[in-house]
Design a protein around this ligand. Structure first.
Ligand code: ATP
Ligand code: MG
Length: 414
């Protein structure tokens, strides 16, 4: 039979990688809790409308990346490509709009039909935070500070640079959009096919293109700055002021846009040079228009999401899990005793490993391989005396211990 492979763009997360993954999630959850963000999650699939309506036909996600299918009941279903739309849907469908502001932390798998490459998968994982029902510049500062704090706690703060931009209010954006359409129309022939398609529907997104030809044209594109209203300019100044007060460094990047139509005001990314082309580890922005677009009240909101795989590559090796005790029975009597002893030790909080096959030598090799701290060797002779041999695997020292004292004598090896 041919060997089965994982589907393209998916990967198994084996224990070493999983520990990194887990470290990212646990750190993010702890820090988010300190900021008052409660963990929640939404289903991994939703009716397609939940994503296609708000995210917009003109975006990469909806136009080419969604995993959409009809289920057996003929419902149009889409695997979750991002958290924001589902979380806003959840706030509305659970009647939580009376309780604003709401602060959420979430993590889980996302699905996008992309061309797989380093740091880019079809199933990947995100941590995500959303602050729904707050529209002041101070709330932007909070959510960016939360991101910076998580990156710092993960030990990657130094290699990630905060890039910041404003997309202004509706009035600013309409004026800028018109200026961009004029400009890009004059350079239409030089644009990539994707960007020509974006020209009519989502010209801001061209600024975000990774196509080399587009990047050359973008260098001369008009800057948003001149199209900002006074109110939008003031909002952005307050966000920057808040970040400066908290000592959070940033770089203004006028090319930074969020692809989606409902984004406004602050847009930001934390970017690293250590991951090659896929350098954005965290991206977010203000999305004041979304709740209303999804049938809820007109509530402002802001959030961000970060790629767990990319962060997991950046962090230092997480602390090892606690070292086990290896239970090593040598005969039939030993096997029976090992089962009850291992059980009792586990109930007492010890980590205990058993191999279930192999002679003494093989089992000692395994004990070393799993970095066991000590071995409990159950030979017939000791057992006949009601005892076991305990070997300290770091020093090689070994002593005979009465079974009744085993728990106490193993305590130093916990
Ligand atoms: P890109 O421009 O790289 O496609 P994006 O704008 O689509 O990114 P977001 O939707 O903002 O990304 O997602 C937030 C974060 O999730 C990204 O900054 C990245 O770290 C991670 N991410 C996005 N898509 C993928 C993917 N296909 N594989 C792995 N991580 C991803
Ligand atoms: Mg993308």
């Amino acid at each position: 039979m041919p060997v089965l492979q994982p589907a393209r763009g998916t990967q198994d997360i084996l224990p070493d990688a999983m520990r990194r993954h887990r470290a990212v999630i646990d750190t993010a959850r702890d820090i988010a809790a300190r900021y008052g963000y409660a963990e929640m999650t939404t289903p991994m699939f939703e009716f397609t409308d939940v994503f296609s309506r708000p995210i917009g036909e003109a975006t990469d996600i909806v136009s080419k990346e969604m995993y959409t299918f009809k289920d057996r009941g003929d419902e149009e279903i889409t695997l979750r490509p991002e958290y924001t739309a589902g979380i806003v849907r959840a706030v509305i469908s659970n009647g939580l709009t009376q309780n604003l502001p709401l602060k959420f932390f979430a993590h889980g798998p996302m699905f996008r039909y992309e061309r797989p490459q380093k740091g880019r998968f079809r199933q990947f994982h995100q941590i995500d935070v959303e602050l729904i029902g707050a529209g002041t510049p101070e709330s932007d500062v909070e959510i960016i500070a939360l991101g910076a704090d998580i990156l710092a706690s993960l030990g990657v703060g130094q290699v990630c640079v905060l890039q910041l931009n404003t997309l202004g209010d509706t009035e600013s954006r309409q004026a800028y959009r018109a200026a961009l359409v004029d400009f890009f129309s004059a350079h239409r022939d030089g644009l990539s096919e994707d960007s020509r398609r974006r020209l009519e529907r989502n010209p801001l997104r061209i600024l975000d293109s990774k196509d080399p030809g587009d990047i050359r044209i973008n260098a001369d594109a008009p800057a948003f700055d001149t199209y900002l209203t006074d109110a939008a300019r003031d909002f952005f100044a307050k966000v920057r002021g808040g970040l400066e007060t908290l000592g959070i460094g940033y770089r203004i990047n006028p090319r930074l846009v969020r692809g989606l139509d409902y984004y406004c005001h602050t847009a930001f990314e934390f970017v690293t040079e250590q991951l090659g082309a896929q350098g954005t580890v965290l991206g977010g922005g203000r999305y004041d228009g979304l709740m209303k677009l999804m049938g809820g009240p007109d509530a402002p909101a802001i959030g961000w999401a970060a790629g767990i795989e990319r962060l997991a590559l950046l962090i230092a090796e997480p602390a090892s899990p606690s070292r086990p005790i290896a239970m090593i029975p040598l005969g039939e009597a030993g096997e029976a005793k090992a089962m009850t002893l291992a059980h009792a030790l586990r109930l007492a909080g010890f980590t205990v490993d058993q191999a279930y096959s192999g002679n003494l030598k093989r089992r000692m090799q395994r004990a070393n391989k799993i970095a066991a701290r000590a071995a409990v060797i159950l030979g017939d002779d000791e057992l006949a005396r009601g005892a076991a041999t305990v070997r300290d695997l770091d020093t090689g020292e070994q002593i005979e211990v009465p079974l009744a004292q085993l728990k106490d004598r193993l305590a130093p090896f916990r």
